[in-house]
Design a protein around this ligand. Structure first.
Ligand SMILES: Cc1cc2nc3c(=O)[nH]c(=O)nc-3n(C[C@H](O)[C@H](O)[C@H](O)COP(=O)(O)OP(=O)(O)OC[C@H]3O[C@@H](n4cnc5c(N)ncnc54)[C@H](O)[C@@H]3O)c2cc1C
Length: 468
């Protein structure tokens, strides 16, 4: 039996891991994880996300060790070091072949191509798989072979392919021998403590599976009604796990399918909706694979790059700190700053407030989210931002602008979420949490930084001028 190296990245699991499974059925496996703190910082990843990944690597190494698979955790500050480091690890393991599951963004693709070239020129084979999305990028196409840029037809085609193929998550590979000693990631990396956020975000594959089972057998039944109410635990909170790959999209889809009486659509409205959200995740990743320029700061609708986006650092700071004076917006931003996660309804409201009311460059908001989010995922974040700013594929039309007060009336009418997140408003009445300025202000909570109507009219005028 030959020796193989499996290089883990955003697939930190032993279940449903095609690179690991295939390698283990044909050889003796060594696992590899490269820590690239400088590169991660250059990519603007959140410290909480990096800490979550380190904790997930520990759990993965333990699970591999129990299967008799030794792991190596190697520091390779930047992606440019990856070819040399992977080659060294392959040579040390006497591996004849290196396996991995592809990542989708352009820098990761370029890194992988460089690694593949170095390995092959040293006589080591490479086998690449796809495991980040439910269906692989490029596999959902129109009958004429072109790619989709609108979600609804993409989803229809996605479902028809998935129904035809079925969803078959892979089992864990068989043990390769008796358990071996495990390795652990360092307790701190480039000044980031591994324990950062551990109380809120327990990491690793076992935790992801427990959360998936709990959600898909209970709360998913009321997802349709509860998912928009930020004071409820109405969503799965699986996003950090999906981003780090401690659970796969296919494992989630399979669990939903089973709870939905064997259907991907046409079952319970709630489960259908949750499945749709997982397909949105695929959609944005497929779009990114098709249009690598999105990872270079460009708008999907190139003409919107000509809009005179505002760059005010002071306005940006107030938005970032949750001091806009609009409680629903500020509650979302403070949830993000405090926990590293923000409810989806608030992501849309805060993003629209930045890109529409403040007319700040959406890229400033996109980068800030990524720097804070424990679930930061380039494709979903970019897709969500471009949707909100009306610069993206299948985005909200430019003239649709969420009013943060109306949004709060609909989704937090009693002000419970606002009170939880904003200490200055902890004792405010429901009406005060909606429009504190109408009561002459509440405590030391800030005054509104803009007039909503004027800001909306100005933005619409800019868009109309640009379109003319
Ligand atoms: C401006 C903006 C930025 C965003 N940035 C990110 C990000 O960096 N990472 C991220 O994972 N999601 C992002 N989202 C999408 C969404 O807000 C989160 O996936 C969701 O809030 C995560 O919570 P959950 O796991 O409880 O989701 P659930 O409602 O339980 O959904 C299950 C899973 O489906 C996927 N999903 C759900 N909604 C979306 C969506 N609209 N687009 C793509 N995938 C989705 C996620 O993987 C999520 O974990 C963003 C949305 C917006 C509007």
């Amino acid at each position: 039996m030959s020796n193989h190296l499996v290089w883990f990245r955003s697939d930190l699991r032993v279940l449903d891991n095609p690179a690991l499974y295939t390698a283990a059925t044909t050889g003796q496996v060594t696992g590899l994880f490269l820590l690239a703190p400088q590169q991660w910082r250059e990519h603007g990843l959140a410290e909480k996300k990096i800490a979550f990944v380190l904790r997930s690597v520990d759990v993965l190494a333990q699970r591999l060790a129990a299967l008799g698979i030794q792991s190596k955790i190697i520091a390779a500050d930047r992606f440019a070091d990856a070819p040399r480091q992977v080659l060294r690890a392959a040579e040390a393991a006497q591996a004849r072949k290196v396996f991995w599951n592809d990542e989708i963004a352009i820098n990761e693709q370029r890194r992988d191509d460089a690694v593949a070239q170095t390995l092959m020129s040293n006589g080591i084979a490479v086998e690449r798989h796809q495991a980040f999305t439910g269906l692989p990028p490029g596999s959902v196409r129109k009958p004429d072979g072109s790619s989709y840029s609108v979600f609804t037809p993409f989803k229809k085609r996605w479902i028809s392919i998935a129904v035809e193929q079925g969803i078959h998550p892979l089992p864990a590979p068989a043990a390769q021998g008796p358990a071996v000693h495990t390795v652990t990631a360092p307790d701190a990396l480039d000044g980031i403590e591994k324990s950062l956020g551990a109380d809120l975000w327990p990491a690793g594959e076992e935790r992801a599976l427990t959360q998936l089972t709990q959600f898909s057998t209970a709360a998913v039944q009321t997802y349709d009604t509860d998912r928009d109410l930020p004071n409820l635990a109405g969503t799965s909170k699986l996003s950090p796990h999906l981003a780090a790959g401690t659970v796969s999209a296919n494992q989630c889809l399979k669990a939903a399918y089973q709870s939905n009486g064997g259907k991907l659509s046409g079952g319970s409205a709630s489960i259908d909706t949750w499945i749709s959200e997982l397909i949105w995740r695929d959609f944005y990743n497929h779009i990114l694979a098709e249009h690598p320029r999105l990872a270079m700061g460009q708008a999907f609708k190139a003409e919107t790059d000509q809009l005179p986006w505002n760059q005010s650092q002071e306005q940006l700071r107030r938005w970032q700190q949750g001091e806009t004076g609009f409680p629903f917006v500020d509650a979302g931003m403070r949830q993000l700053n405090r926990t590293g996660w923000m409810h989806n309804r608030l992501r849309m409201v805060t993003a629209q407030f930045l890109a529409k009311h403040l007319f700040l460059d959406w890229r400033l908001g996109e980068a800030y989210f990524l720097r804070q989010l424990v679930d930061g995922d380039f494709a979903a974040n970019n897709g969500g931002w471009q949707w909100s700013a009306s610069t993206g594929t299948d985005a909200v039309p430019y003239f649709r602008i969420f009013n943060p007060v109306r949004q709060a009336e609909r989704f937090d009418p009693a002000g419970e979420f606002v009170r939880q997140m904003i200490p200055e408003l902890a004792n405010a009445s429901a009406k005060q949490t909606l429009e504190p300025w109408k009561f002459g202000g509440v405590g030391n909570y800030p005054e509104p930084m803009i007039d909503l109507r004027q800001a909306r009219d100005r933005t619409l005028a800019i868009w109309k001028r640009a379109r003319a």
